[in-house]
Design a protein around this ligand. Structure first.
Ligand code: SP5
Ligand code: ZN
Length: 342
């Protein structure tokens, strides 16, 4: 299995994440992917190539062009307005306000296009997000050309980003773009299987009214876990998309047994739906030692999950998402890929 990876991820490394009322070094940091790269090489999965340039045409169709322009220009506007620190949203439109009127002043625009203020934008964020997107798109192209599977070692991650909002360490929803590209290449139906600990609110939101992209997510119950305001089991899709959204929220302390039962249920429903291509949002923050999550998966469980996913027999693109137990991120991520390869 080939890995697509760009060194340009390093351009995104904010100093600050707002958590627990403090600014800390972000959990989502460049060293995460270094551990994945090293583990890939250690395990002989050394086919690692730089992606082609990103193709913005499918992205502009799926995501809001105003949002993309915002991401590209936010840092310069912020600095031009005299702001001293990194771009951080202080206020967002809340209940009773106008959620759909974009202010002109940059501080207001930031809140309009953001849904979680832990995530900072810096001068390198846009180029890093584009390089992450490029890896996902090149992985999709390789699978569309006949490879059984490919791994996009994306950083920053993508699954919390909607068509017009960033947050949760995510800016461009790589997995959603890959799913749309499979559709554009002729797949009748595509599934996105999201095994990151956090609910993939962005991906769910983008495809919520569509029957042609099935979304299934295993995640911490939103009553207890970020992103808090989406991810309940009764969110099943709307209109034509009714039934094409599958949420598996699970409680603090959930070990592999019930997690794997949820995975099997999602896999059975993906199989029954007649899907022709699979995108896996591959976060490994369900790991027992993850510093911001509360499931109890062991490293070996990730290999077992990979085996189960392979049982679908579908052309598959893996997109890297979260995972913050830095030194185990490499082992756990590569375990999924090795389990998949058998
Ligand atoms: C891609 C992904 O996994 N994004 C996760 C975003 C999580 N954002 C909220 C993080 C809250 C961290 N709180 C840390 C508490 C440590 N005890
Ligand atoms: Zn996550």
């Amino acid at each position: 299995m080939r890995t697509f990876f760009s060194e340009d991820h390093r351009l995104h490394f904010p100093q600050a994440e707002l958590t627990g009322g403090q600014f800390v070094t972000p959990y989502e940091r460049p060293s995460r992917v270094e551990y994945v790269l090293n583990r890939l090489k250690e395990q002989g999965l050394a086919d690692i190539v730089a992606p082609d340039a990103p193709d913005m045409a499918p992205v502009k169709k799926l995501l809001d062009p105003g949002f993309l322009r915002f991401l590209e220009t936010a840092w310069d506007e912020w600095k031009a307005a005299g702001m001293k620190g990194e771009v951080i949203a202080a206020g967002m439109p809340a209940r009773g306000m106008h959620p759909d009127r974009c202010p002109e002043y940059i501080d207001g625009k930031v809140g309009y296009y953001c849904h979680a203020s832990e995530t900072a934008i810096t001068g390198g964020t846009w180029r890093a997000a584009l390089s992450s997107l490029a890896s996902a798109q090149s992985a999709q192209a390789q699978v569309a050309a006949g490879a059984q599977a490919a791994f996009a070692l994306c950083r920053p991650p993508g699954h919390h980003a909607t068509a017009d909002q960033y947050g949760g360490y995510c800016f461009i929803n790589n997995a959603a773009v890959v799913a749309q590209m499979f559709r554009d290449d002729g797949a009748g139906k595509v599934a996105v299987l999201d095994i990151d600990f956090h609910h993939g609110n962005g991906t769910q939101n983008i495809f919520y009214d569509r029957a042609d992209v099935l979304f299934a997510s295993l995640h911490g119950d939103p009553r207890h876990a970020y992103p808090y305001y989406l991810g309940y089991a009764d969110e099943r899709g709307t209109g034509a998309g009714e039934g094409a959204n599958l949420n598996y929220p699970m409680l603090p302390g959930t070990p592999y047994g019930p997690w794997a039962e949820a995975l099997d249920d999602a896999i059975a429903k993906i199989r029954a739906a007649g899907v022709e291509a699979l995108v896996v949002s591959l976060g490994v923050d369900a790991f027992k030692d993850d510093p911001i999550s509360f499931f109890k998966l062991e490293s070996a469980d990730f290999a077992d999950a990979g085996r189960r996913i392979a049982g679908l027999g579908l052309p598959t693109v893996f997109c890297m998402e979260g995972g913050y137990a830095i030194e185990a991120v490499g082992i756990n991520t590569v375990n999924v890929l090795e389990g998949f390869l058998g």
